[in-house]
Design a protein around this ligand. Structure first.
Ligand code: ADP
Ligand code: ZN
Ligand code: ZN
Length: 727
């Protein structure tokens, strides 16, 4: 904060723009701001909300500066959050303004929630009594204030009865403070009786929360081992210590069951935070987190940017899940940033998974994280027996995708009144449509990808940009009628095959295409859990976290699917997804089976899943990464250059490559045309930067970007540190 000659104070303000540093503003006399204050400031012709930052603003003549317009009546953004913004900006090479923008996502919450108008009984009594009036007076007589409609509703009278009483002075108006979005969780509400393994793990993490200070625990337990019960104990301790808690979940919108479980344990729900929340609710949650009346948030990755003031524990459930990676504007991994947040705030972080990421396993092996193992399922429940179906030996019937061996098991399962899940991570009916006469393939006009047929909607759809067109009768190339063929399966096509085999079974297809959105999906998931259907055909939406007590068979239609795309994490991802999805079976103790349809049953991933020997899979995978210097033994960054014209993107990417400084511990590979060479009309090239573990990637990339040409025209450059996707 600077004083200039005319005694005008100036402050740096971080605005939600691609700004490299805060801008300076003048604080008008009498206005009180401090670091963290949320303020309204002029920016060009507009006004925006920004955060008063630390240190000095730019060295500009204060007489040229514009004044802060307003300080919002809002708790200041905590210093730990400001440090996190700086840290993420530096790590991801993003403008700090764009990171701060994620903190400022609920603009209407910067002003306090207006109090409700309430009615309270006075000494006055009405001129004449009616039965309706008597009911109202009896209810209101208990002393506390009511809303007008609440009182009318409770007393079973019309609003005019209330208004009449008010007009006679029987009620006075008072302010009712805004109600909390959720009640306070009670750590002692329903303490579970933990098993010995659970108890041991819970004691360790409870101890960390008790002691405070930064630590990372990796809670590594098979599906159904009770990881949730264990980390709830750490949550309980944090609540007792009056600290706020953040639980990150990869698919929060679909995990209503989780909220119920939390309620069962703590007698109140956590506040939810995700993009499907109604705007008004988002604002209230944001505000109440800032004010401290919300104690526990269960949220998607963006919950990391909520304005907690007393955060004392973060749990990252399913820590290996790719949904934690944001690949848009600011490329960050919420799992890793949660660890950074814990480090800045000096509190424990718990990472939970049945199939930890290789990174976290190595961190545990090397002693940076503490690994807590839950080796067995809770109670009597056994893990499903897993078998591979060799599709070369047991091929499906012509035109089908389900082998006789799998169909037979489905038949037996539904015959016993149990449920089967057929898993295929592909939406729609068929991933490719072609003309049998001329060979024409339907491709997206704006992307280098095939159009996926969605038969139910009668459309061909691009899964990268959303382009869609009606499925034609005739080939647009040669005009032949009725010669278009669908190639390969999606879930809709598997459903067709299932219905043909089991016409009497209750079948449902679950994917993000389901009409009715998230609400409908939630209802369907509940219905499945209640046993109201026999066969579920689903994408990864059904693979994650759900508890379907009656499900005893999981069939993976194409276990090889994820191995085909040849990126460095293909084996790990496939292992995780297959373990997750087969882990849906047998959660209530009945004998259960997982079947993998594969053309490569001898692949190490299939062998690991079938044998249940996760340890040797991790050992081999870790050794492989170490040998090739891949993360976490080395570092990777992707640089994606895109432009409206291919030539423009390519030459910019080449120029960047030439601008790379020379460093013996860092190599630049490419540029190469991206596997997804065209997305939404933009041509894409990729550079892959590969460094030794200790190399300073950020400094290297910064030097390259500073030395190279600035993006001009339609060219856009995106840096992706620790990339998960190589498309
Ligand atoms: P995970 O998160 O490891 O997959 P969960 O925490 O979901 O496992 O536990 C699996 C099931 O077992 C849940 O229905 C849970 O309520 C139950 N369970 C686990 N541990 C206990 C316990 N100690 N007492 C009662 N129920 C438990
Ligand atoms: Zn044709
Ligand atoms: Zn497209």
């Amino acid at each position: 904060m600077k004083q200039d000659s005319r005694e005008n104070r100036t402050v740096p303000v971080m605005v939600p723009m691609p700004a490299e540093r805060p801008y300076s503003y003048v604080v008008p006399p009498g206005m009180k701001v401090e670091p963290g204050s949320i303020v309204r400031v002029p920016l060009g012709p507009r006004e925006v909300a920004g955060i008063v930052w630390d240190g000095d603003g730019e060295a500009v003549d204060a007489r040229k500066l514009r004044p802060v317009s307003e300080v919002f009546d809002c708790p200041p953004v905590h210093e730990e959050m400001r440090r996190l913004v700086d840290w993420i900006a530096a790590y991801t090479l993003s403008p700090p303004g764009m990171v701060a923008r994620m903190v400022l996502r609920a603009p209407a919450a910067f002003d306090p929630e207006p109090p409700l108008e309430g009615l309270r009984l006075t000494e006055c009594r009405p001129d004449r009594m009616t039965e309706a009036r008597a009911r109202v007076l009896e209810l209101a007589g208990e002393g506390h204030a009511w809303t007008r409609s609440g009182l009318a509703h409770a007393a079973g009278v019309s609003l005019s009865v209330i208004d009449g009483l008010k007009a006679q002075g029987v009620f006075e108006t008072v302010e009712i403070p805004p109600r909390p979005v959720v009640a306070r969780p009670d750590p002692g509400f329903a303490r579970p009786c933990l098993t010995q393994d659970q108890q041991a793990a819970a004691e360790v993490i409870r101890g960390h929360v008790e002691a405070g200070g930064f630590s990372v625990s990796l809670l590594d337990g098979v599906t159904g081992s009770g990881k949730t019960e264990v980390y709830f104990e750490a949550v309980a301790t944090a609540i007792e210590k009056d600290r706020q808690v953040l639980i990150l979940l990869p698919e929060i919108a679909l995990t209503q069951a989780f909220l119920e479980r939390f309620h069962d344990r703590f007698g109140a729900k956590p506040a939810e935070w995700h993009s499907d929340l109604p705007p008004r609710m988002r604002e209230r949650v944001w505000r109440q987190v800032a004010e401290g009346s919300v104690r526990v948030v269960a949220g998607a990755r963006s919950a990391l940017f909520l304005p907690f003031r007393e955060l004392g524990l973060i749990v990252v459930d399913e820590e290996h899940d790719p949904a934690y990676k944001q690949e848009d504007r600011v490329f960050y991994n919420a799992r890793d940033m949660a660890v950074v947040r814990g480090h800045i705030g000096g509190f424990p972080v718990v990472l939970a998974s049945a199939t930890p990421s290789v990174e976290s396993r190595v961190n545990a092996d090397q002693g940076r994280y503490e690994r807590l193992v839950l080796p067995a399922r809770f109670a009597e429940a056994a893990l499903p027996e897993i078998k591979a179906i060799d599709m070369r030996r047991s091929p499906p019937a012509r035109g089908g995708f389900l082998s006789p061996a799998l169909l037979e098991e489905v038949d037996g399962t539904i015959g016993r009144g149990e449920q089967a899940l057929l898993f295929l991570n592909r939406r729609g009916y068929a991933p490719l449509t072609l003309c049998r006469v001329c060979g024409h393939r339907f491709q997206c006009p704006d992307c280098s990808s095939w159009l996926v047929e969605h038969r139910f909607r009668g459309q061909l759809v691009c899964h990268h940009c959303g382009h869609n067109e009606p499925r034609p009768e005739a080939c647009p190339e040669c005009g032949s009628l009725d010669h278009l063929v669908a190639c390969g399966p999606g879930v809709e096509r598997i459903a067709e095959e299932v219905v043909a085999h089991f016409p009497a079974a209750r079948t449902i297809v679950l994917s993000s295409d389901l009409l009715g959105g998230v609400r409908r999906l939630r209802l369907e998931l509940e219905a499945i859990a209640k046993g109201e259907c026999d066969i579920v055909i689903g994408t990864q939406l059904v693979a994650k976290g759900h508890n379907f007590p009656n499900m005893t068979l999981v069939g993976v239609v194409d276990a090889d699917l994820g191995l085909a795309n040849g990126d460095p994490r293909a084996a790990e991802r496939t292992f995780q997804l297959l373990s997750q999805v087969t882990g849906r079976a047998g959660r209530s103790g009945r004998k259960s089976l997982g079947l993998l349809q594969t053309y490569q049953p001898e692949h190490p991933v299939m062998e690991a899943i079938v044998s249940g020997d996760a340890e040797s899979f991790y050992e081999r995978e870790i050794a492989e990464r170490e040998r090739s210097g891949l993360p976490p033994f080395g570092r990777l960054a992707g640089v994606i250059v895109s432009a409206a014209a291919r030539q423009e993107a390519e030459s910019h990417a080449r120029a960047l490559r030439r601008a790379a400084p020379s460093a013996k511990e860092i190599d630049v590979l490419g540029p190469a045309e991206a596997p997804l060479a065209l997305v939404a009309g933009r041509h894409r090239f990729r550079l892959l930067v590969h460094g030794e573990r200790r190399s300073d990637m950020q400094a290297f990339l910064r030097a390259m970007l500073a030395e190279g040409p600035k993006p001009h025209g339609s060219v856009r450059v995106q840096v992706d540190i620790d990339p998960q996707s190589f498309l």
